[in-house]
Design a protein around this ligand. Sequence first.
Ligand code: ATP
Length: 250
Amino acid sequence: APHPVALETSELTVAYGSFLAVRGVSLSVRRNSIHSIIGPNGAGKTTLFHALTGRVRPSAGSIRLDDKDISHTRDDDRVRLGIARSFQVTSLFPNLSVQENLRLASQGRTPWQALAPWRSINHNKEAMATAGEVMERLSLTQVAGRAAGELSHGQQRRLEVGMALAARPRVILMDEPTSGMGVDDIEAMKELIRSLAADHTVIFVEHNMGIVMNISDTVTVMRAGQKLVEGTPAEIRDDPEVRRAYLGNM
Ligand code: ATP
């Protein structure tokens, strides 16, 4: 039987002033699937993510997490309910250690709320255990005490994913997880995303078509704020509309 739906949007619309960046997008993401969102620059992918995390409010439509309507739930409450985001723009505290970063993230705070982090690092047992598990999973245990700012690029990108994982989400959103990476780091990220899907639902925005076609169960193509097509990688690859939108660059 198909997995139940983990996250669903219905006719979701987001306006910036009078400009509609996302227009009536309905998505249905199955539990434990890898669902990618692609589309040309300005298609509305980032805005859709902002709406899912609660950073922007929908002007119409709704968002459901499992069976709960979270359309008007605050961003930090959504993290507690099980949606966490791994940022493309770095959300790490460069002067804090890997372990300290993860202990902070385990408190389920959004990065822009974690002001004065050195005063609020969680010392409880649970936060320590979570940081330990996440470091183990991301092969960061050896660098637990190292300042985040001193890690290699690939390690920093894994730690960004770790920051999301430390909030113990069921649904994890990833912004261009392979951007700026070399071949080896891309390969490691691909394996990591695959392994995450064993116990999470993964939604990611990505420009690298290789990784999208390789690991996605479902691909949603956006253009000009709307959903253009959705399907398996094979269906997307053969779609004439998609080929036109990408000028044959697939
Ligand atoms: P990219 O691949 O370049 O990241 P995207 O698909 O993520 O693009 P968005 O960043 O969501 O696209 O932008 C969608 C549209 O909304 C664009 O036309 C953009 O100029 C516009 N936009 C984004 N943020 C704002 C804002 N804060 N105010 C007004 N317009 C915005």
